[in-house]
Design a protein. Structure first.
Ligand code: CP
Ligand code: NVA
Length: 292
């Protein structure tokens, strides 16, 4: 059975710890592994991407492999070929399959039929590759993960859910502050509140994401901006967190909406490191999944 990475919780805690350590090693020596030499990785994008595409494409190349980027309209999937048949065929050629889609079920179905690892590169519910890069960034800043407290403020979306689920595996206390109607389900196991000031108290990092995700109805954008306005990540909010707290954002950002321009480009952010860390973390993930 191939090892898949759909929610991130497929990893055991010690595997996650090892992966973050390996990602740091690969960051220090980007050309030191040829785990994918002579092999291809299929990267299916049914939704737009900047970071995920360039970090996977560059990362696979650095591991000695060939990144095969496949957009929706380039696959027979768009003309009714089944996910099952697509999984069978891709598995005969590629060492792994990454997929970004607006349909969580499609990823599960691909994983059910693929004989190579399937990696979730973002769905409406999960973004576990982002969470790996977030953990690497936190590890770099604080030298540890266990016992850290992270406050996520804004929309309780895919990025927030993966931060909770993967963060919990690493011993991180994740609090999510979101208004009614935007909060995650209680069973997600984090501290959920409506009050951003309460969430950030004592937090080592304050994290936010866009207010309108790719899976949200664009017609709701104005309402979402109004409802989420009190949750903006600003210097004033960061001041209420622990001394030395950092600001995180998975990007793309909308300065003036979910984050102020001062924070996005200021001295307390580690956002651009986070964007770089996507590549290092995903290289370590690929090595782990293909058993290199
Ligand atoms: N953070 C992230 O996944 O960015 P992209 O949508 O640009 O890939
Ligand atoms: N929550 C955002 C993340 C983008 C990387 C979205 O799903 O569009």
């Amino acid at each position: 059975m191939p090892r898949h990475f759909i929610t991130g919780t497929e990893l055991r805690a010690e595997e996650l710890q090892g992966l973050i350590q390996r990602a740091a090693e690969l960051k220090a020596a980007p050309d030191s592994s040829d785990a994918l030499r002579g092999r291809s990785v299929a990267l299916i994008f049914q939704k737009p991407s900047t970071r995920t595409r360039v970090s996977f494409e560059t990362g696979v190349f650095e591991l000695g492999g060939h990144p095969m980027v496949l957009r929706t309209d380039e696959l027979q999937l768009s003309r009714g070929e089944s996910v099952r048949d697509t999984a069978y065929v891709l598995s005969r050629h590629a060492a792994a399959i990454g997929i970004r889609t607006g349909d969580d079920e499609l990823v599960s179905e691909m994983a059910a039929h693929a004989s190579v690892p399937v990696i979730n590169m973002l769905t409406p519910s999960h973004h576990p590759c982002q969470a790996l890069a977030d953990l690497l960034t936190l590890q770099e800043c604080f030298g540890r993960l266990d016992g850290l407290a992270i406050a996520y403020v804004g929309d309780g979306n895919n990025v927030a859910r993966s931060l909770i689920e993967v963060g919990r595996l690493a011993g991180i206390d994740v609090r999510v502050a979101a208004p009614d109607g935007y909060q995650l389900d209680p069973h997600d196991g984090a501290t959920l509140t409506g009050d951003p000031r309460e969430a950030v108290r004592g937090a080592n990092a304050v994290y936010t994401d866009v207010w309108v995700s790719m899976s949200d109805d664009p017609a709701s954008a104005q309402e979402r901006r109004r409802d989420l306005a009190p949750y903006r990540l600003s210097d004033e909010l960061l001041d209420l967190a622990a001394p030395g707290a950092i600001a995180l954002h998975c990007l793309p950002a909308h300065p003036g909406e979910e984050i102020t321009e001062q924070v996005l480009y200021g001295p307390r952010q580690r956002i651009w490191d986070q964007a770089e860390n996507r590549r290092h973390a995903q290289k370590a993930l690929l090595e782990l999944l293909i058993g290199a």
